[in-house]
Design a protein around this ligand. Structure first.
Ligand code: ZN
Ligand code: ZN
Length: 381
């Protein structure tokens, strides 16, 4: 048990009571709030570059906070970016995992609208409380310095996770908690991108890159009424999957015929909306050139590549828009729970594997090596 293993707390704190609770817990093995004293958690030591599952204290909720018993938590590409050092560390030691669902285990003062046993999915960010947007009454959706779970504070590759009550969305019994975990980020980020694109029904859509984000974009644009939907990926298996999930056409963007095929598919007009989930120069360039009049290109994928739009005259005359997109708002997550609960959206095919927390490093290996072309590998603590 190290100082670094202590949970990050926010706002009006309860550090004093938590300290006394922890020591009482150590003596008794369990405490009055029903939470155990310690739990298993995957801890990433940013200096050493190691990830180990170890015993740490179970966090206690402060004012406005809730402790959730984690049911499932995804392994995301951005977790790998943190583990590989591509995202600068915020904390010396942190519990990764920001795509989580679970059951409310303990509730702090002022969070009484939640109760033990409530099924929930967690939004991955909370308002900083100090930026201009927060000072003028904003919240998670407008904060300019969003505190991101698993980066600024401990995430959910653990048996329990401490979070702000404002980051929870209720999950009805009809939605499996494993599916709810996938909704957080893996589905909500592409859903947010559709909002960013201001997609209308019957608009044509192209989706470049059919990993987790792109595959969900195909499903979601279908739910939102896009027509036709064109999925683009060099991998035949990814194209087959996209066709099975609602794409009208699936193209290999490297075969030299993409531009002509897209023109033909859209009746010569070009795409209304292009989503680039790859973010590399070739996919961006191809997607931007495929836009029709008033076409919008939304960049969802992340890479260090330089990006340039085509001839200025063409871009301006056709009133093209290029927009960057990241993350999602809490109402996006709530929409997705509703769509899943009503059977409009089926993401059962997105759960590629469920591993026990102790096998977190095996899950990371499978994602890194793209073994079996996984959409989401989940951990079940
Ligand atoms: Zn993620
Ligand atoms: Zn803020």
């Amino acid at each position: 048990m190290t100082l670094d293993a202590r949970p990050i707390r926010t706002g009006a704190d309860s550090a004093d009571s938590a300290d006394s609770t922890d020591s009482a817990a150590s003596a008794a093995g369990a405490v009055a709030d029903g939470l155990p004293a310690t739990m298993r958690a995957a801890r990433f030591d940013t200096a050493a570059g190691t990830l180990k599952v170890e015993d740490v204290p179970v966090p206690r909720p402060g004012a406005g906070e809730v402790v959730v018993k984690v049911a499932a938590c995804g392994i995301c590409q951005s977790d790998l970016s943190q583990l590989d050092g591509h995202i600068p560390p915020r904390l010396p030691v942190v519990t990764p995992g920001h795509e989580a669902s679970g059951v409310v285990a303990a509730v702090g003062d002022g969070a009484g609208h939640w109760k033990a046993g409530d099924r929930v999915v967690l939004g991955a960010g909370k308002a900083c409380g100090t930026c201009p947007a927060c000072r003028f009454g904003g919240g998670t959706n407008t904060c300019e310095d969003l505190q991101v779970m698993a980066f600024h504070y401990d995430g959910a590759w653990a048996e329990y996770v401490l979070t702000d009550a404002t980051t929870l969305i209720a999950v009805p019994d009809s939605v499996p908690l494993e599916h709810a975990a996938v909704l957080a980020d893996a589905v909500s980020t592409p859903y947010g991108a559709i909002d960013t694109a201001q997609l209308r029904s019957a608009e044509s859509v192209g989706v470049w890159g059919l990993g987790g984000l792109g595959t969900h974009l195909v499903q979601l644009t279908r739910v939102c009424g896009a027509s036709p939907i064109v999925a683009l990926d060099p991998l035949p298996a990814a194209r087959e999957r996209a066709l099975a999930l609602g794409a009208d056409f699936a193209l290999d963007p490297t075969d030299g015929y993409t531009k002509a095929r897209l023109k033909e598919i859209t009746g010569g007009k070009g795409l209304d909306v292009a989503f680039d989930c790859v973010g590399r120069t070739p996919s961006f360039t191809q997607a931007e050139r495929a836009l029709g009049h008033r076409g919008r290109l939304v960049l969802v994928g992340i890479s260090p590549d330089p990006l340039a739009v085509g001839p200025e005259l063409h871009f301006v005359r056709n009133r093209h828009t290029v927009i960057g997109h990241t993350g999602y708002r809490m109402e996006h997550l709530e929409d997705l729970v509703e769509l899943t609960a009503r059977g409009r959206l089926d993401i059962s095919g997105s759960v590629s594997a469920i591993l026990p927390l102790e096998e977190v490093n095996e899950g990371i290996r499978r994602l890194r090596e793209r073994e079996g072309n996984p959409i989401r590998i989940l951990l079940r603590p």
